[in-house]
Ligand binder design. Structure first.
Ligand SMILES: NC(=O)C1=CN([C@@H]2O[C@H](COP(=O)(O)OP(=O)(O)OC[C@H]3O[C@@H](n4cnc5c(N)ncnc54)[C@H](OP(=O)(O)O)[C@@H]3O)[C@@H](O)[C@H]2O)C=CC1
Ligand SMILES: O=C([O-])CC(=O)C(=O)O
Length: 263
């Protein structure tokens, strides 16, 4: 039986835990110090709940982060420096150049690897392959309901309560989007990493009062031809900012860790 360490115990982590492949068991959970006791009481003795990577003496087969960009900043280097594999869902953390450099350095020195998970979108495989032949342009549009944008800077850019039609409230680079909207635009950074980079990937963010879906559209062109991918995702009931598919992409990484056929 392989052993998993999970960082975070919010909406996504709980969905992942419910769908974990039988060959992988959750052995360690990393949460903020103030949450250790309640998470330990909920999960029982089979899982060791910690607040610091340093307190884990064994070696997980896989670490998955489902906790947010701040958690990547807090724990990422320690995981990678130990030579462990880190599946990242808060990929927008890599829009911070200094952090991205530190994580690469820790991985290089310790032998760890960073898996940037596809998250809420589809098409990362095709985009990353297309890049090898040369890309001309990559654009991403993220469209969500007013409810999904609450608690983000969208509140100051558009009237979320009064909007009556789909409205673009942000237009900029993937780097700006991922940093300004850390709970909503990680996919912009993922698309950038697979394609033209953080500063050459154009991003539009839209509030759509008539939709309850999290909609994602990638358009790209290059020597391979053209790609146009639209995804209409159902949000998790426990967090309307987060698409169900993002949690499922973490489950996929867990499956890839245990199955000899990797797809
Ligand atoms: N790539 C993608 O497609 C997507 C990526 N995401 C990323 O996934 C993250 C998690 O999403 P979701 O579960 O819905 O969010 P939630 O807010 O429901 O859960 C986040 C959890 O992480 C915990 N946490 C925060 N900081 C730390 C830390 N330093 N160490 C350990 N745990 C920590 C929080 O604890 P507490 O409540 O105590 O603060 C909370 O329980 C998002 O913040 C976003 O960055 C989300 C959607 C899509
Ligand atoms: O779940 C989604 O739809 C996308 C998301 O929040 C993110 O990229 O951070």
């Amino acid at each position: 039986m392989k052993q998993l360490m999970m960082i975070g115990f919010g909406a996504m982590a709980r969905e992942v835990l419910a769908l974990l492949p039988a060959e992988l068991s959750l052995k360690w959970l990393l949460v903020p110090a103030a949450r250790v006791a309640e998470a330990q009481a909920e999960l029982g003795p089979a899982v060791t709940v910690l607040s610091r990577v340093e307190d884990c003496a064994a070696t997980p087969d896989l670490v998955v982060e489902c906790a947010g960009q701040a958690a990547v900043r807090e724990h990422g280097s320690a995981v990678l420096a130990r030579g462990w594999t880190l599946g990242l869902i808060s990929v927008g953390a890599l829009a911070d150049e200094a952090l991205a450099r530190d994580l690469r350095l820790a991985a290089g020195q310790g032998g760890g690897r960073i898996l940037a998970l596809a998250g809420a979108i589809a098409g990362i495989d095709g985009l990353a392959a297309a890049r090898e032949g040369g890309l001309e342009s990559v654009t991403y549009q993220g469209r969500k309901s007013p409810q999904s944008w609450r608690g983000s800077p969208a509140e100051t850019l558009v009237d979320l309560d009064g909007v009556t039609e789909p409205t673009v409230f942000f237009s900029g680079t993937a780097r700006e989007a991922a940093r300004l909207f850390p709970a909503n635009a990680n996919v912009a950074a993922t698309i950038a990493l697979a394609g033209l980079g953080m500063d050459h990937t154009r991003v539009e963010l839209v509030v759509d009062p008539d939709s309850r879906r999290n909609q994602h559209r990638i358009r790209a062109s290059g020597r391979f031809g053209e790609l146009d991918i639209a995804l209409s995702g159902l949000p998790l009931a426990a967090n309307p900012k987060t698409s169900t598919l993002a949690a499922l992409s973490v489950v996929r990484a867990c499956r890839q860790c245990t199955d000899p056929l990797v797809i």
